[in-house]
Design a protein around this ligand. Structure first.
Ligand SMILES: *Cc1c(COP(=O)(O)O)cnc(C)c1O
Length: 401
């Protein structure tokens, strides 16, 4: 029987996943896979990760009944899983601490990764400081210039930020940063572990990052049973690479009564290439970042340009498990536009006193629509993946404040 919850032994979720690597990366990645499989079986490793999540991150995060937001939607009860209240302000710290602990266990001195807008870089730099490892973050030169506060945060946390692609036409962005970080890893894997930022990349990363995130859904299930005495009717989460979504979904994948929705960025216009990042909705089979998955690509197979109001969702690929869950029909993928996302942002500020990340607002936007179609006794859980302090300058400009 196929499992919705994990890959087969070769890292495949149906046709998706696997390891598509240049020869020089095969050995380093295989080593990470072996070390992770062993670590999972070691109760001391798991206990140390859980201890840091409790004492350092502040878990469990609350599951909060957003009563006024629910009234505003005019239907089902909306609960928010408050990942925005974690140390560093988002869900990414959950897997970054797991990856840093694994690197330390493997005897490595350093973790290395790419970052787009800098959110993963900051979370990884935090985890590296905590665990006592060096940290090297590769970042597109354009992003370094645009995301100055995150660059400063990483530097304060002791990380080395490497700008990439200054000489590339159009300047360097996420793709160049990934290639550059993988290059250093291939050369220097004796001392270094690659620490990916979502449920993407070659096996074992999609399984590993999902395992580290699935604490979100385990807590949410326990919390909703305590609040309501029953399972929710629906789950909603935003999908970029897909880690916060699988974090919430995994524990519920075998509960048939729970409808599950992933929400992708429709951006400015779903009908124009380059104006959205709805990979699952419009992507086709391809290989990106070492995995077989759905990819937004042009005819030559190059990743298409993407856009979202939320830079954390700006990615032309998606975790292979999501491609599989879509194919199997277990998860329904919807979209929210930039405009709907901004409305959801305003609603959460106004009705609940919460300034949310624009990424998370994609999920809130769809949940508001869904709630309106459901009776008042129905229950929706939304993963509020992060806080919005990082977004206020951008939002102020959009709203003319
Ligand atoms: C990075 C990020 C996301 C998108 O990444 P996923 O892997 O899809 O979860 C969503 N929300 C926040 C707050 C983020 O920082």
């Amino acid at each position: 029987m196929v499992s919705f919850k994990k890959s087969d032994a070769q890292g495949y979720f149906g046709n998706y996943g696997g390891r598509f690597l240049p020869p020089q990366l095969e050995r380093p990645i295989a080593e990470v896979a072996e070390a992770y499989a062993e670590a999972l079986k070691d109760p001391e490793f798991v206990a140390e990760w859980e201890r840091l999540l409790a004492e350092y991150v502040g878990r469990p995060s609350p599951l909060y009944f957003a009563e006024k937001l629910s009234k505003h939607a005019g239907g089902a009860k909306i609960y928010l899983k408050r990942e925005d209240l974690n140390h560093t302000g988002a869900h990414k710290i959950n897997h970054c601490i797991g990856e840093a602990l694994l690197a330390k266990r493997m005897g490595k001195k350093k973790v290395i990764a790419e970052t787009g807008a800098g959110q993963h870089g900051v979370a990884l730099a935090t985890a590296a400081a905590l665990v006592g490892l060096e940290c090297e973050i590769h970042m597109g030169a354009i992003d370094v210039a645009k995301q100055r506060p995150n660059v400063v945060r990483m530097q304060l946390l002791g990380a080395k930020v490497v700008p990439v692609g200054e000489n590339v036409a159009g300047g360097g962005a996420l793709k160049e940063a990934v290639d550059s970080a993988f290059d250093v890893f291939a050369r220097d894997y004796e001392d270094t572990m690659f620490a990916i930022g979502s449920v993407v990349g070659p096996d074992p990363y999609p399984n590993m990052v999902r395992d580290f995130q699935s604490i979100v859904g385990r807590e949410a299930k326990e919390q909703i049973l305590a609040h309501e005495g029953r399972l929710p009717d629906a789950l909603v989460a935003a999908v970029g690479g897909g880690s916060n979504a699988l974090g919430l979904f995994t524990e519920f994948l075998d509960d048939e009564s729970v409808a599950i929705y992933g929400v992708e960025p429709a951006g400015k216009d779903l009908n124009t290439v380059g104006e959205h990042a709805a990979t699952i909705t419009f992507g086709t089979d391809g290989v990106i970042h070492g995995m077989q998955t759905l990819v937004l690509q042009d005819e030559s197979g190059s990743p298409a340009p993407v856009h979202s109001i939320a830079s954390g969702l700006d990615y032309p690929g998606v975790g292979p498990q999501h491609a599989f869950l879509k194919q199997e029909g277990r998860v329904t993928y919807e979209t929210a536009s930039d405009a709907e996302t901004l409305e959801a942002f305003k609603a959460l500020c106004k009705y609940e006193g919460i300034i949310p990340a624009l990424e998370s607002c994609h999920a809130v936007a769809y949940a508001l629509k869904l709630a309106a179609t459901l009776d008042k006794d129905k229950i929706i859980i939304v993963n509020l993946s992060g806080r919005g302090d990082k977004d206020i300058d951008y939002v102020a400009e959009k709203l003319g404040l």
